[in-house]
Design a protein around this ligand. Structure first.
Ligand SMILES: [Zn+2]
Ligand SMILES: [Zn+2]
Length: 762
């Protein structure tokens, strides 16, 4: 890692250089030809060949021109002032003008805000070195190399400077330089990290783009908003440590996070949402309510389900199991390990090796032979000395080196190592359930009369997630999927898809998630990377579309988003505070049946390949329950609450009646405890409220005598004294109908959806 030079700025020199560059900007208008531009409604308009999105907007109307933030040509987002001519290829240029309403525009606004923030920081701390400033979900950040340690105390000053920059509303101007000029400009600006990036990461770029805004110039691919005045609301959120290009041994940087919006109301809605999300953090509530634990003794990313959390999970599993049995699924079980060869056949190994736990070898030399083979195949250069050392170590561990020693050349050596490995047992902790289920299909001859075959399992799989990626229950290393695989004929795909969509919908609505849409991922019609026959794809895509149209679900089709092995549908769910979660997936697969050579005998007595459908309405139990804790803020509805009723006797005198009640409730299938402490009943009620128990049964001498209950509802408060029968009937009804009563105390205005993240950097 080359070090970056961090001496003081030489502003005058660099400003003069930038001015010179602007004078040299070529005039693209030769005044002769016209450009054909196709607008989103299909109309084609002709414009002079120096047309820009802005000039096209102006021709439509000056109000539109003022509203334009950026533009989209095909799939690329560009500056409103970018010439369109380079996009012409004989057919009309497909142009969409982006205004504040488009999520892509928000992303452009945020990245521009990152420039504005960097400019403000540079004004306050002239010795800053800029690293990268991409957008992230709901905001942006910029990484700085800066001797001054940024703290929250600096935020107001930086924000003030940003406000001053925004008030001047200077334009963002793009220019390009050849490599030599680019390096020299970055050197003039004392931007050592940018110089290093041009020389290493961007070594293959003959030309580099820059953006200038006032005195501030940044190496950038863009696009940007027309001028800084478009930023209507922004806030610096936090600061954290980071490293240049994520390399822990590289320079330590400071990452300043911010957010920006087109409207102050949207910013406020976002801040309110964050505030509410903090209160609902499943990591805090999970611990406080005794739902789950992750301890260093067991390991990071390994979830321990405490009795109360396990209760919630088993209720969800029982619920789903009942539903699946009703819908013709059959339960199966498979072990947590499988032979490495199984995953070689499925393609999960070695392709996804980096996100899996390493293979387990029964033979002592296994891991060493595997490591040596991997290094060789990755073209690492080893001398004869290292090879001798490997052989000695391997022989100590019992490796028979005869074949390997005779092998000449890399390929032959690799073959010898791989043969040895194949002759010795090795296993993977299961990264996926699919190969196991494919083997269950294959374990006996199948006829078309057996199809569809729907196999389900709450199958635990293991993924080696990076430590930094782990996040409570939402991102773990061992997770249980509510997995199922449907094996069917191509003709049955439509019906099976309809059933899985219907099941997913039912499951989500049963936990009160009513607000969702479906993203249908389809093929890119221009690509040939897909497996499976053209006919099957066409049929399946049409069927999926038809099912979603008939379902009345809110869905959008995304061309080019399908995996190479089949189209899929994802459920994007919005929780009670407006956050989006991807839950529930239905995925068609033409690949695994091929790889595992799955077959069934058709009515024609010939062999056919089945289609496989992977589906998981919850996704994983860990992530789903983590999400539910946040959605309900820990207050699970009656049907899912780990403890549904707490009996609070007024004094010792009514303990007997309380314990009798506990027995009656338990026998009727309720989850109930009794608070027998000598404390005052007010204290017992307060604790039950804090534990988020849906109902409290307060028992005094009067209730004991009349065999009744003074019922208290966690949400509504006192419900008055009621006879036992009435209480049982009322609570049973609430459970049976899976009633969801309170989710959020108030409604959250939703800021416009924003793209997950994007890089405007090279
Ligand atoms: Zn930029
Ligand atoms: Zn699967």
């Amino acid at each position: 890692m080359p070090t970056c030079k961090l001496s003081g700025p030489k502003r005058p020199l660099f400003a003069a250089r930038v001015r010179r560059l602007f004078r040299r900007a070529p005039n693209l208008n030769d005044g002769s030809k016209m450009l054909d531009i196709q607008l989103p409604d299909g109309t084609v308009v002709s414009h002079p060949d120096d047309a820009t999105p802005l000039s096209v907007a102006n021709a439509i109307g000056s109000r539109l021109a003022k509203a334009v933030i950026a533009a989209k040509v095909g799939t690329s987002v560009i500056d409103a002032s970018r010439p369109l001519k380079p996009f012409s290829n004989g057919s009309p240029i497909p142009l969409r003008l982006l205004t504040e309403k488009d999520p892509e525009a928000l992303d452009v606004l945020r990245h521009s805000s990152a420039h504005i923030m960097a400019r403000a920081v540079m004004r306050i701390f002239p010795d800053v070195s800029l690293a990268f400033g991409p957008t992230i979900s709901n905001g942006f950040y910029y990484d700085f190399f800066l001797p001054h340690k940024l703290t929250e105390e600096d935020f107001a000053k930086i924000e003030q400077e940003m406000a001053a920059i925004i008030a001047k509303a200077e334009p963002f101007e793009q220019f390009s330089l050849d490599r030599e000029q680019a390096v020299s400009l970055c050197k003039d600006m004392n931007q050592g990290l940018k110089v290093e990036h041009i020389q290493t990461g961007l070594a293959s770029h003959p030309e580099l783009g820059f953006y200038r805004q006032g005195e501030f110039v940044d190496l950038c691919r863009g696009p940007h908003i027309p001028d800084a005045g478009r930023v209507k609301a922004f806030k610096i959120m936090s600061v954290a440590g980071s490293h240049w290009k994520g390399d822990m041994s590289g320079p330590q940087l400071q990452r300043l996070y911010g957010t920006a919006w087109f409207d102050k109301k949207d910013l406020q809605a976002h801040l309110d949402q964050l505030e509410e999300a903090k209160k609902r953090d499943h990591r805090v509530l999970g611990k406080k309510l005794g739902l789950y634990q992750i301890t260093p003794d067991v390991g990071q990313g390994m979830c321990l389900w405490m009795p109360k959390g396990a209760r919630v999970r088993s209720l969800l599993e029982d619920f789903l199991r009942r539903e699946m049995l009703k819908r013709g699924y059959e339960p199966v079980y498979s072990p947590h390990l499988g032979r490495v060869e199984l995953y070689e056949t499925s393609g999960h190994f070695p392709y996804y090796r980096d996100s899996q736990f390493p293979p387990l070898f029964v033979h002592d030399a296994g891991a060493l032979v595997d490591a040596w083979a991997r290094r060789l195949s990755e073209d690492e250069d080893f001398g004869p000395k290292q090879e001798t050392m490997f052989l000695q170590a391997a022989e100590v561990l019992g490796f028979d080196a005869q074949t390997y020693s005779k092998a000449e050349g890399k390929e032959a050596k690799l073959a010898a190592l791989n043969d040895w490995q194949r002759n010795h047992e090795r296993f993977l902790v299961k990264p996926m359930n699919c190969p196991h289920h494919a083997q269950i299909f294959k374990a006996q001859p199948r006829s078309y009369r057996d199809l569809p075959l729907r196999l389900f399992e709450f199958g635990t799989v293991y993924r080696y997630e990076q430590t930094g990626e782990l996040n409570g229950m939402l991102r773990v290393r061992g997770l249980t999927q509510d997995d199922a695989h449907i094996f069917c004929t191509a003709d049955q795909v439509e019906e099976e898809f309809r059933n899985t969509i219907e099941l997913t919908r039912f499951v989500l609505e049963s936990v009160g998630l009513q607000d969702y849409r479906v993203q249908l991922s389809l093929r890119d019609p221009k690509s040939d990377k897909y497996v499976g026959s053209e006919e099957n794809w066409q049929k399946a895509e049409a069927a999926l579309r038809r099912v979603l149209e008939e379902s009345g679900l809110n869905f959008n089709a995304a061309e080019g988003e399908a995996a190479f092995y089949g189209p899929k549908a994802d459920f994007m769910v919005r929780d009670c505070i407006g956050r989006h979660w991807q839950l529930g997936t239905v995925q068609l697969d033409y690949n695994l049946p091929e790889r595992f050579q799955l077959e069934y005998t058709g009515a024609d007595n010939k062999s056919h390949r089945p289609v496989m459908i992977h589906r998981a309405p919850f996704g994983s139990m860990e992530r789903f329950v983590g999400m539910l804790i946040e959605h309900f803020a820990g207050a699970f509805p009656m049907w899912l609450a780990p403890e549904q009723i707490r009996i609070c006797p007024l004094s010792e005198k009514t303990n007997d009646y309380a314990l009798e009640l506990q027995k009656l409730f338990t026998e009727a299938g309720f989850r109930v405890t009794t608070d027998l402490r000598g404390a005052k009943v007010q204290a017992k009620i307060r604790d039950a409220q804090l534990d988020l128990i849906p109902y409290m049964a307060v028992i005094g001498p009067k209730e004991a005598e009349t065999r009744s209950i003074a019922l208290r509802d966690r949400i509504a408060g006192e419900l008055g004294t009621k006879p036992l029968d009435e209480v049982f009937a009322m609570l049973s009804q609430e459970v049976a109908t899976r009633q969801i009563r309170q989710v959020a105390e108030r409604k959250f205005a939703e800021p416009p959806p924003a793209s997950e993240s994007s890089s405007h950097e090279y």
